[in-house]
Design a protein around this ligand. Structure first.
Ligand code: UD1
Length: 423
C-alpha cells in the first residue's frame, strides 16, 4: 500500500514557515541549462518529485546533474549526447516538454514524447509547435513523438502571436529564441512570475531581452550563453496554500521567502473573505479570527487568480459563510477533487467550468483520494477543519510539488501524520 496522510481537526494554525523555491520556475530553469555549453548552478531548489523527474530527463540528454548542496543543483550541459526525451519520463511529468525549445535551439533537433492525456484537461501542445514553426523549425508528430528539426543555419527570430498566454508555450519559445538568429517578438506572452524568473536567468546568461514582466517580449538571440548561478524565486502557490490553511483554521501564519506582489489577487481574496493580510518585503502574514465569508473567484492567467490555487480556495469557500461561484477559465476538468470534498460534506455543484459552492458546511473526516497535486493539497486543508479523522490517499501527487508538506503543517500546529505504506 502506498503512503497516506491522516489529519484530525486541528487548532488555529500559528507560526512561520519559509516557502521553497518555485516548482514551476525551477523546472524551466533546469530545461534552460541545456542552452548553456557549461555549468549552471541553481539555488533554492525544492526537493520535490517533479524536480527529480526533470533531473532524469536531463540525464537522458547527457547533462551531468548533481545535488551540490541540500537545495542546490549543479547542471553541466557541456556535452549533449541525446536529443530525445523518452516517453517513460514525459508520461510522468508533462513539464518535460520544456526541453523542446532548448534542444531545438542548441542542437538543431529535438524528439520529445507527446505528453498525452492529463488529469486536468486535454492540455494541448499546438501553440508550442506553431511557435517553433514560426522560428523556422520543421515539426512532425511520429510514433508518439514530437520531432523538431531546425534549418541548417539554425532557428531565426520571428514574430509570434499566441492565441492564449500559455505559460509552457511562452517558455519554450523564449528558450528557443535565446539561440536563434535575430530578434523574436512574442505577443500575448504569459506574464507569470516564473516566466520573469526564466527571463532574468537568460539575461544573466547574456541574452538581450526587452519587455520582462509584460505581454510583449523581444528576445534577441545569441550564439553562446554564459554560465549562470541563479536563485529560484519563492513558490507563490505553496505560499498561497499555507495562507489558505491559516485562514480556514482562523489562525495566524507568516510565510517568508516570497514576493507579496506575486500573490496580490490572492491576498485581496483573503481580505474579502475577512482575513487580515500584512505584506512585508519578502513575507506575508495572514490572520483570521472570524468565520470566513464567501467570495467569487475566477481563474485567469497572471496577474489574475492562479488556477493552481483554485482547489485550495474552493476548500476554504466550502467552510465560509455564504455561497461562492468559482469559475475555472484556464483548464477544463479541474474540479475533480470537488467530488472528494463532497464526500467530506461540502456542498458543491458543478456546471461546465462553473462551481457553485454553498458554504457553511460542517465537514466530517472521510477517506479521500488525491486526484492531482493541488486537489490533493486542498483535501488536506479540508481535513484540518473537518470533524474526526480524514485519511488522504495517493499522496504521491502532493509529493510532486510540496517539499515537507506534512512537516510544515505540523510545525504550525496541525494534527497531521504521514504513514508509510508498510503501516
Ligand atoms: C503551467 C503550470 C501549471 C499552471 C499553468 C497555468 C508548469 C510546470 N505548469 O502549465 O501549474 O496551472 O501553467 O498557470 O509550469 N494550451 C493550448 N495549447 C498549447 C498550450 C496550452 O491549448 O499549446 C491550453 C491548455 O490546454 C490550457 C491552457 O492553454 O487549457 C493553459 O495552459 P498553459 O498556460 O500552457 O499551462 P502549462 O504550461 O501546461
Amino acid at each position: 500500500m502506498a503512503d497516506y496522510i491522516t489529519i484530525d481537526r486541528s487548532p488555529a494554525l500559528s507560526g512561520s514557515i519559509e516557502a521553497c523555491g518555485a516548482k514551476n520556475s525551477v523546472l524551466k530553469l533546469m530545461a534552460a541549462s541545456v542552452l548553456i555549453e557549461g555549468v549552471t548552478v541553481l539555488r533554492n531548489v525544492a526537493r520535490i518529485a517533479d524536480v527529480e523527474v526533470m533531473c532524469a530527463v536531463l540525464r537522458a540528454l547527457g547533462v551531468r546533474v548533481d545535488w551540490s548542496a541540500p537545495h542546490e543543483l549543479t547542471l553541466d550541459a557541456s556535452t549533449i549526447t541525446s536529443t530525445t526525451a523518452p516517453y517513460e519520463l514525459v508520461a510522468q511529468m508533462r513539464a518535460s516538454t520544456a526541453v523542446l525549445g532548448p534542444l531545438a535551439g542548441r542542437c538543431g533537433e529535438a524528439r520529445v514524447a507527446l505528453p498525452g492525456g492529463c488529469n486536468i484537461g486535454s492540455r494541448k501542445i499546438d501553440m508550442h509547435i506553431a511557435g517553433l514553426q514560426s522560428l523556422g523549425a520543421e515539426v512532425e508528430i511520429r510514433h508518439g513523438y514530437i520531432e523538431v528539426r531546425s534549418p541548417a543555419a539554425g532557428l531565426r527570430g520571428a514574430e509570434v502571436l499566441l492565441e492564449f498566454p500559455s505559460v509552457g508555450a511562452t517558455e519554450n519559445l523564449i528558450m528557443a529564441a535565446a539561440l536563434s538568429r535575430g530578434a523574436t517578438v512574442i505577443r500575448n506572452a504569459a506574464r507569470e512570475p516564473e516566466i520573469t524568473d526564466l527571463l532574468d536567468f537568460l539575461v544573466e546568461a547574456g541574452v538581450t531581452i526587452d519587455g520582462r514582466g509584460t505581454a510583449e517580449l523581444t528576445i534577441t538571440g545569441t550564439t553562446k550563453l554564459d554560465e549562470v548561478c541563479h536563485a529560484v524565486i519563492g513558490d507563490r502557490i505553496e505560499a498561497g496554500t499555507f495562507l489558505a490553511a491559516a485562514a480556514m483554521t482562523r489562525g495566524e501564519v507568516e510565510v517568508t521567502g516570497i514576493v507579496p506582489e506575486h500573490l496580490e489577487i490572492v491576498l485581496r481574496k483573503l481580505e474579502a473573505m475577512g482575513a487580515v493580510v500584512e505584506r512585508g518585503a519578502s513575507s506575508i502574514l495572514v490572520r483570521a479570527s472570524d468565520q470566513l465569508r464567501a467570495v467569487d473567484i475566477q481563474t485567469l492567467p497572471f496577474p489574475g487568480f492562479p488556477t493552481d490555487l483554485q482547489a485550495q480556495f474552493m476548500a476554504a469557500c466550502a467552510v465560509a459563510q455564504g455561497s461562492s461561484i468559482i469559475t475555472e477559465n484556464v483548464f477544463e476538468n479541474r474540479f475533480m477533487f470537488a467530488d472528494e470534498l463532497g464526500r467530506m460534506g461540502a456542498d458543491i455543484s458543478i456546471e461546465g467550468h462553473y462551481a457553485l459552492v454553498k458554504g457553511g458546511a460542517e465537514l466530517s473526516g472521510a477517506a479521500v483520494r488525491c486526484p492531482d497535486l493541488r486537489g490533493g493539497a486542498a483535501l488536506v486543508l479540508a481535513g484540518l477543519v473537518a470533524e474526526g479523522t480524514t485519511t488522504v490517499h495517493d499522496v504521491f501527487h502532493i509529493d510532486r510539488g510540496y517539499e515537507g508538506f506534512c512537516e510544515k503543517l505540523f510545525s504550525l500546529g496541525a494534527r497531521i501524520e504521514r504513514h508509510s505504506g508498510q503501516d
